[in-house]
Design a protein. Sequence first.
Length: 148
Amino acid sequence: MFSDKQKPRAMNEIGGQPNRIEKNTKIKGDIVSEADFRIDGKLDGNVKTSGKVVIGKDGYIHGKVECVNADIEGSFNGELLVSDLLSLKSSAVIEGTVTVTKLAVEPGATFNASCSMKGKGGVGSSSGSFKSSMSGNSSNKNEPAKAS
């Protein structure tokens, strides 16, 4: 029952167990990790990980995030650098600057950011870029209508 002969638990990433900032938790400062990170609370600072960042529905980050993949349901304001896939859920609110390789946006997400798409080869091989401010005001030619 409590023996050490049990099989070791599989790690989610090479870096180990995922990290969490729970709801009703506020952190100021920078975080560096090799494992996945889930934020359901508030973070005022920077996150750098070789894993995945998840911002839960009640989560908020103000700062710079560097990661491989990101799923966002909550709010983000700052600079977002995702080396592979950024997935924005319908409840996501993004403001700032975004650099990604792949982008998936669900209808209803608010994306008020300048976005640079890069190719698989890295930052130098830009496959295209666009600026978007989906605030619903389409009077400015650089501001398309809000996605819904």
